[in-house]
Design a binder for this molecule. Structure first.
Ligand SMILES: N[C@@H](CCC(=O)N[C@@H](CS)C(=O)NCC(=O)O)C(=O)O
Length: 321
């Protein structure tokens, strides 16, 4: 293990307000994995759910998104190491989804996983979920042989849904989002991030890595503020989300098995379950309720009782708004 990694991680830990905590049945005082994550972040929720499903113990570092902790210089430095390992460059525009393939690496977000056994810093929730699924080789895979293509096709649909717009922007028509979100019109939310980057850019103007990181994040959020939250863009986002649910309804209707792609839970079930819980939380149950999409409605109920989803989201403090 390099001293540099140990220092980068301990600096990042030290900059956070809350101390870390051990999750799962700890078999050692220092578990193999350490996850920087936020309770309410859907990308963090995916990783926590896969960890829970495979019963992998880990050290959880609570990164407070509301306090802007994903922008703390020590955390951003660690993140930059993960982005470099990922390759493909930094993000500079916002697609509205959280998919890294659609946008490049964001230097100021969660989740981030440290594998203390290999010395790797991993970013991007999908990549982390695949990695953990491989690590848990003794357990049945969440992407079973022969089903990878179908599983991945579903993950792509979920990963490209406009979660950021639905969380931050004003929905078309009546705003049924949780009270705490209703103040947000998206533009103010994204511009708050731009201003945060400006403050760090002024403070760390001599640090080339941080300047690169905050400039990339700034460009992404400025682009979001300018493009994503117009009434037309918000209508398109909601249409896309509803179309995603319609595609799920078709897959469920065509399947006679217990889960989406067979009689065992796959990563597709977990991703859809997490996404639908978020949509429910954003008060868009009208997509499937009252007979609109009966198979999706039944799936939402079933997914909410998957033990890994319960422990990583439903019972995780602060995970739902
Ligand atoms: N492609 C990344 C996206 C990560 C991401 O967008 N994280 C969001 C929460 S789901 C975040 O940390 N946002 C904080 C911010 O942008 O200020 C992944 O899947 O891990």
């Amino acid at each position: 293990m390099t001293i540099a990694l140990q220092k980068a991680v301990s600096d990042a830990r030290a900059s956070l307000k809350r101390p870390g905590e051990s999750i799962g049945a700890a078999t050692s005082a220092s578990p193999r994995f350490e996850l920087f994550n936020a309770p309410n972040s859907i990308c963090s929720q995916k990783v926590r759910t896969v960890l829970a499903h495979h019963q992998i113990p880990y050290r959880s570092q609570h990164v407070d998104i509301f306090e802007g902790e994903t922008y703390l210089p020590a955390y951003v430095r660690l993140r930059m190491a993960g982005c470099e390992a990922l390759g493909g460059g930094l993000v500079n525009a916002h697609t509205g989804s959280t998919s890294v393939t659609a946008g490049g690496c964001d230097p100021a977000v969660v989740p981030l996983l440290v594998d203390w056994e290999t010395g790797e810093v991993l970013v991007d929730s999908k990549r982390i979920c695949f990695y953990l699924d491989k690590v848990a080789a003794k357990r049945p895979s969440l992407r079973p042989a022969g089903l990878e293509k179908q599983v991945d096709a579903q993950l792509d649909v979920v990963d490209n849904l406009p979660n950021y717009q639905m969380l931050a922007g004003k929905p078309p028509g009546v705003d049924h989002r949780p009270e705490s979100r209703r103040k947000s019109n998206g533009v103010g939310f994204a511009m708050g991030k731009v201003e945060r980057c400006d403050r760090y850019l002024a403070e760390f103007s001599n640090d080339a890595d941080l300047v690169k990181a905050y400039s990339a994040k700034r460009a992404k959020e400025l682009n979001a503020a300018e493009q994503l939250f117009t009434p037309e863009a918000m209508q398109a986002a909601y249409d896309k989300a509803e179309a995603g649910c319609a595609s799920l309804e078709r897959v469920l209707d065509a399947s006679s098995s217990q889960w989406l792609l067979g009689d065992n839970i796959t990563m597709a079930d977990l991703y859809w379950g997490i996404e639908l819980l978020r949509m429910k939380n954003m008060a868009v149950e009208s997509f499937w309720a009252n007979g609109a999409k009966p198979s999706v409605a039944a799936f939402v109920e079933k997914a909410g009782s998957i033990p890994a989803i319960r422990s990583a989201i439903v019972e995780w403090p602060g995970a739902l708004y």
